[in-house]
Design a protein around this ligand. Structure first.
Ligand code: TA6
Length: 301
């Protein structure tokens, strides 16, 4: 649907608008000082700033807004595989739904200070050439003083399916070198910048000092990003997500990434909630799996 058609069907004066950005359409949310944006492509949240707060979600200033091109930043929805396809080298990295159009099913602004949007993908959509399994995905986002994102995947096949998934969230920070991630101590991670070797996390204040690409396995429900310079803690409470992926590509790779560059890479850390590698999802026929994350920003001294 075009921005005009979406606005006519779902727009709410002064709260929810739909505009074109590049070749894509995005929803623009504004309520009681809270601001947010979501692209229909990939149902990608690209902005969320609670009232009185700096933006919490980061999107690259060089992001490309074109059909079929994954948006650099925000909360890309990774499904049905994480990283490269295990079976088809020609398949797109991180699955195909993040660069495909999703359908806006409903909008609600009934609760004070909040806007909830529900979007869907499949099964009417042609299954990808890279994925034959019939499935239906529903993504529900509630923008407010907190940000709630929930991905429900229904297996429409008459047999079990195996998939990976993640909400690949880019968090805006004062400087990636000056923040720390808590909630991972004692867990095992796959270190993708060190030959995918498996290591145990010793720290409960993980600080990045160079390119970092880690898949933490069997992680707990509570995570946090402490940002002393901005006097804030970003808290994540996740359910249905056994993995936590921590990533920043650092200077050299950022310089070579056309939709990132320097100094943008310094302003984000990815802390992604999902089910990857050993934590892949095995979903029975005609069953549903729910992955959800609640993001809250607290002031710290
Ligand atoms: O989440 C970390 C990661 O898997 C890294 O390996 C890196 O590839 C990153 O995702 C970004 O991937 P993209 O396909 O969006 O460039």
């Amino acid at each position: 649907m075009s921005a005009e058609e979406l606005k006519a069907k779902f727009g709410i004066t002064g709260v929810l608008d739909f505009v074109n950005e590049g070749e894509l359409v995005k929803a623009v949310v504004s309520r009681d000082g809270m601001q947010a944006e979501l692209f229909l492509q990939g149902a990608t949240v690209t902005r969320w700033a609670p009232a009185g707060q700096r933006p919490v979600i980061f999107t690259s200033p060089k992001a490309i807004y074109a059909p079929g091109t994954a948006i650099r930043g925000g909360i890309p929805i990774i499904f049905p595989w994480f990283g490269p396809s295990r079976t088809n080298p020609k398949a797109p990295q991180h699955g195909f739904v993040r660069a495909s159009p999703w359908k806006l099913e409903s909008v609600s602004a009934d609760k004070p200070g909040e806007v909830t949007m529900a979007l869907s993908f499949g099964p009417s959509d042609p299954p990808s050439e890279f994925w034959p399994e019939p499935f239906h995905a529903t993504y529900t986002v509630t923008f407010g003083k907190t940000l709630s994102v929930a991905l429900a995947v229904q297996n429409k096949a008459s047999h079990p399916v195996v998939f990976e998934e993640a909400l690949h969230t880019y968090f805006e920070v004062s400087a990636v070198t000056d923040v720390s991630v808590s909630g991972l101590a004692g867990t095992t991670f796959i270190d993708k910048v060190d030959g995918a070797t498996r290591k145990t996390e010793a720290s409960n204040a993980v600080k990045l000092t160079g390119e970092t690409d880690r898949v933490y396995l069997n992680t707990g429900r509570q995570l946090a990003i402490d940002d002393p310079a901005w006097k804030r803690r970003i808290r994540l409470e996740k359910d249905g997500a056994a993995s936590t992926i921590v990533w920043n590509l650092w200077a050299e790779k950022a310089a070579a990434m056309r939709d990132m560059g320097d100094p943008a890479w310094r302003s984000f850390i990815c802390v992604e909630c999902g089910n990857a590698a050993d934590n892949e999802v095995h979903l029975a026929a005609n069953s549903e799996h729910l992955l959800s994350t609640l993001i809250t920003v607290d002031a710290i001294a």
